[in-house]
Ligand binder design. Structure first.
Ligand code: BGC
Length: 383
C-alpha cells in the first residue's frame, strides 16, 4: 500500500485455481425443491453436527452461513455450534451433539492437539469425524479431512510480496503467522517460506522481526520444529489485538533502515487489518505491501480503499458443500470422494482439497461479486 493515497502499482499475481461456484450462498435462500438431489437415504433429523472455532472472526461466520444453507438443503436439521476459542467448550459441544444422536461430526478444531480428546469421544460413540479446514493431530479418530490447499495459500501470499516488492535490495520484510496451536499456521508459513526464502537468502529482502527466521535464512525447507521457533516469535495467535501489539512492538524496535518501503506477510485478513493500521501510522514507513486471506468483507473494503494489498479467497461454499456431501456418503454407506491425504502424526487422513484464488483490487469484482459470494452493495467505491 502506498501511503498518502498514492496508487499501488503492480498486478495481481495469477492464481491458478478453479472457482467452483455453488449456488445462491451470498444471500438467504428458501429451501430448494431440487435440494433432495443431495439427500442421503437416511438424512433426516440431527444426523450431522458442526462445530466451528469462534463467532468472533468473520471467517467462521461465512462458514456458518454456508452450513445453514447447505445442511438445510440436504434435509438436515441445522446444528452449528461455536467453541468461542475454548477447547473445553468445544468438547462440551461435541458431547452435546453426540447426545443428540449425530452420526457424523464436522469439526474445525480450536486447538489441533487438544481436540483429539473430543474426537476420540466421538469415535467411541460410533460417530464418524470429518476435520474441517484445520487438521486434528495425534489421534486416529479423524476419518476424513476437508480443506483448502493451505500450502498454496502461503505460497500465494509470499509470491504476491515478491511480485509487488519495490526495486532494490535489503527491502524490509516483516513476518507474521497464525496460532501455534493451529496446524494450518505451519502450512501457511511453509508455503510462504518456500517462495520467500531465496529472496531472503540472496539479500533482496531483509527480515525485520525474527532472529529465528534470520538464522534459518539459508535453508530452503524447514523442519516443523524450526517453523515452530519462528512462529514462536511472530505469532499473532489469530488475535487482532495480539497482531496489533506485535506490529507496534516491531516498529518501535526497528530503526529507519528497516522502514521506508516495506513488505508484510500477514497470515489472514483480521490480523492484516490490525497490522496495516499500525504500519499506516508510522511516519517512517513510506509504503507497505501486505497480504491477507479469507476475503472477509472488511478486508475487501480495505483492498478497495488501498489499505490492504491482497487477500486469498477461500470459497467457503465449496468447503461446506464438500463436507456435507461427505457426510451424506458416509450416512449412505458409501466411500466419500477424496483426492489427497494428510498425516496427522498418527495416521494418514484421507482428504478432499479445494484450491484458492488470489484477490486484489484488479479482480475483486469478478472473484467475489460476479461469483455471487458478496453483493456489490456490501461495499463502497467498487467500480
Ligand atoms: C483458517 C484461516 C483463518 C485462521 C484464523 C485458519 O485455520 O484456515 O482461514 O483465518 O484459521 O481463524
Amino acid at each position: 500500500m502506498r501511503k498518502l493515497g498514492k496508487r499501488i502499482l503492480g498486478f495481481a499475481m495469477a492464481a491458478t485455481m478453479v472457482m467452483s461456484m455453488a449456488t445462491g450462498c451470498g444471500k438467504k435462500e428458501e429451501k430448494k425443491a431440487d435440494a433432495a438431489d443431495n439427500k442421503g437415504a437416511s438424512s433426516s433429523g440431527v444426523q450431522v453436527g458442526v462445530v466451528l472455532p469462534t463467532k468472533d472472526e468473520p471467517r467462521w461466520l461465512q462458514d456458518q452461513k454456508q452450513f445453514e444453507t447447505i445442511l438445510g438443503d440436504a434435509g438436515f436439521t441445522n446444528q452449528v455450534l461455536f467453541s468461542q476459542g475454548s477447547s473445553a467448550t468445544e468438547r462440551t459441544n461435541v458431547e452435546t451433539l453426540i447426545s443428540k444422536g449425530i452420526k457424523v461430526l464436522i469439526i474445525c478444531a480450536q486447538d489441533a492437539a487438544a481436540a483429539s480428546a473430543a474426537v476420540d469421544e466421538a469415535k467411541q460413540a460410533g460417530v464418524k469425524v470429518i476435520a474441517y479446514d484445520r487438521l486434528i493431530t495425534g489421534t486416529d479418530s479423524v476419518d476424513y479431512y476437508v480443506t483448502f490447499d493451505s500450502f498454496a495459500v502461503g505460497a500465494a501470499q509470499g509470491q504476491y510480496l515478491i511480485d509487488n516488492a519495490p526495486a532494490g535490495s535489503g527491502i524490509p520484510l516483516y513476518l507474521y503467522a497464525g496460532a501455534a496451536t493451529d496446524n494450518n499456521a505451519f502450512i501457511f508459513f511453509e508455503g510462504a517460506w518456500s517462495v520467500l526464502q531465496p529472496k531472503i537468502a540472496d539479500g533482496t529482502f531483509k527480515i525485520a522481526n525474527s532472529s529465528e527466521a534470520e538464522k534459518l535464512k539459508d535453508k530452503a525447507s524447514l523442519e516443523r520444529d524450526e517453523i515452530g521457533k519462528i512462529i514462536g516469535q511472530i505469532t499473532t495467535d489469530w488475535d487482532f489485538n495480539v497482531a496489533k501489539s506485535k506490529a507496534e512492538a516491531n516498529l518501535t524496535a526497528s530503526n529507519k533502515d528497516l522502514k521506508g518501503d516495506v513488505l508484510v506477510l500477514a497470515p489472514n485478513d483480521g490480523t492484516a487489518r490490525s497490522i496495516a493500521d499500525v504500519f499506516a501510522t508510522d511516519k517512517d514507513v513510506k509504503s507497505y505491501v501486505i497480504t491477507g486471506q479469507d476475503s472477509e468483507k472488511a478486508s475487501v473494503q480495505y483492498i478497495i480503499d488501498g489499505k490492504q494489498s491482497m487477500t486469498v479467497f477461500k470459497d467457503t461454499r465449496t468447503l461446506a458443500a464438500d463436507s456435507v456431501a461427505m457426510a451424506v456418503s458416509i450416512l449412505d454407506g458409501k466411500e466419500p470422494v477424496t483426492d489427497s491425504s494428510y498425516n496427522n502424526g498418527k495416521v494418514d487422513v484421507p482428504a478432499k482439497q479445494t484450491s484458492i484464488v488470489v484477490v486484489t483490487k484488479d479482480n475483486v469484482k469478478q472473484a467475489l461479486i460476479d461469483s455471487g459470494y458478496y453483493n456489490a452493495s456490501d461495499f463502497s467505491g467498487l467500480e
